[in-house]
Write a protein that binds this ligand. Structure first.
Ligand code: CMC
Length: 428
């Protein structure tokens, strides 16, 4: 007989089925808990709550494993490229040559954004954080494609929305940067590959042709692959939650961008570089900063350290650390904060506080140093995380819609005042 959980409440016993995943992950299925018992579960931060069954990404935090559709992240980072990984995540299988060519061509057909959207950019202040711009402009895509408002309008049309998003997102992102420095925007060039095109839109100037460096392209491609999906993290859950109300894909993705922005999630990559710069400017003494991170009365945290799921090591961080050395060497760049980062990692990994709590460097710890070596300004780091995460968000939205999942609507335990009578203002 398959395993069951027994819950005893008020002397009554209730049986709940156990769900087992492909990798032997186990969950107690409490779908009928409230109906049968009147109780709900309380789990702030959803630390123990599975919100869905999913066949996209497998993550084992104890073993440091990450796989997209069964393929180990190490193999994908080494041998695949971002567009192929996007296809894999969204469609479930690696593409044939023809499928990949068609997919890439379709994306190239849609890289321009509507000319009227350029006017949004001039309305944003130049000091606007690009994540705010990218989220707004992504949501605004829904106003230019009103047919996208119905997420059930047929597979071809939904696929077109996905293609448009993948195609336009780098343009939206690069234009946010150009706007922030007061430079004219650079239009996409469809003869270029996805990453080359993005770099060209970021760095090409009317005055100078930008020479695309293959070292930079390869490194950025790898970084995008490493960020492409991470199962039910905060921004992905946000995309699924927004989409569960049958909100259109553009606005669901815009919600994901906003959730990613926070410093505890994707915003950590910008925070890490700012922290490392601060440590360097402060003389480079690590003891003081490690002590601050451990002090419960000090809000400072070691940014780029710790993860809700990884409790051994973050496999993405391992790959990025190596890539960081390679890229800086090949570009002939010496960034003093790389040494500080490595020392900080060593100090923290040998410190009882971090060891006890299983706090390891995460994906954001070294990525910023690579971005900086590529010439990418720190305000854009989280935008690059978003460019990478886009296929994952799309795949998760697609899966949620295909599974006809119910609207996401958590419950709560109310602890406010009991019922009381309204008092007129003159009597208060
Ligand atoms: N520096 C110092 N202490 C920490 C840190 C840190 N970076 N991270 C966690 N802790 C402590 C925390 O204070 C707590 O200690 P105690 O048990 O004594 O109260 C314990 O470790 C457990 O932490 P938590 O906050 O309960 O863990 P969580 O799973 O809720 O949070 C996290 C995970 C990633 C938000 C957190 O580790 C953190 O704030 N890290 C820094 C921000 C960061 O790098 N975020 C990027 C995450 S990876 C990219 C992504 O996918 O989003």
């Amino acid at each position: 007989m398959s395993e069951q959980a027994e819950i005893i409440l008020g002397g009554e016993s209730y049986k709940m089925p156990v769900v087992v995943g492909t990798e032997n992950e186990k969950a107690i299925d409490i779908n009928n808990l409230r109906a049968e018992t009147g109780y709900i579960t309380l789990d702030s931060g959803y630390k123990n709550t599975g919100a869905t069954v999913s066949s996209i990404t497998f993550l084992d935090g104890e073993e440091g494993i990450l796989r997209y559709r069964g393929y180990p992240i190490e193999q994908l980072a080494e041998r695949s490229d971002f567009i192929e990984v996007a296809y894999l995540l969204i469609n479930g299988e690696l593409p044939t040559k023809k499928q990949l060519d068609d997919f890439s061509e379709a994306i190239k057909m849609h890289t321009l954004i509507h000319e009227d959207m350029r006017r949004f950019y001039s309305a944003f202040p130049t000091f606007a954080h690009p994540m705010g711009v990218v989220s707004s402009v992504t949501c605004a895509l829904s106003t230019f494609y009103p047919e996208s408002l119905n997420p059930h309008r047929g597979e071809d049309k939904v696929n077109l929305t996905m293609t448009r998003l993948l195609a336009k997102f780098p343009t939206i992102a690069a234009w946010a940067y150009k706007n922030s420095i007061g430079h004219p925007v650079v239009y996409p060039k469809n003869k270029l590959g996805y990453v080359d095109n993005f770099l060209n839109m970021m760095f090409s100037m009317p005055t100078d042709e930008y020479e695309i460096d293959p070292v930079v392209v390869n490194a950025l491609d790898k970084l995008l692959i490493l960020h492409a999906d991470h199962e039910q993290n905060c921004s992905t859950s946000t995309v699924r939650l927004a989409g569960s109300s049958q909100a259109n894909l553009y606005s669901s993705i815009a919600a994901g961008v906003t959730a990613l922005w926070g410093p505890l999630h994707g915003g950590a990559n910008q925070e890490v570089i700012e922290m490392l710069d601060r440590i360097r400017e402060d003389g480079g003494s690590l003891d003081k900063w490690v002590a601050k991170a451990k002090d419960k009365n000090d809000p400072f945290r070691l940014m780029g350290f710790g993860h809700r799921v990884y409790k051994n090591f973050d496999p993405r961080a391992k790959i990025i650390k190596k890539a960081c050395d390679d890229v800086l060497n090949r570009l002939g760049i010496k960034d003093p904060v790389l040494e500080i980062a490595k020392k900080l990692e060593e100090v923290a990994l040998n410190d009882e506080y971090f060891v006890e709590r299983k706090l390891y460097p995460n994906v954001d710890f070294y990525s910023g140093i690579i971005y900086r070596a590529m010439g990418i300004p720190k305000d854009m780091f989280t935008v690059l995380f978003a460019v990478g995460r886009l296929p994952g968000w799309i795949a998760q939205w697609k899966e949620m819609t295909a599974n006809k999942e119910p609207i996401g609507r958590p419950r709560q335990i109310y602890v406010g005042p009991k019922v009381r009578d309204y008092v007129n203002i003159a009597d208060r």
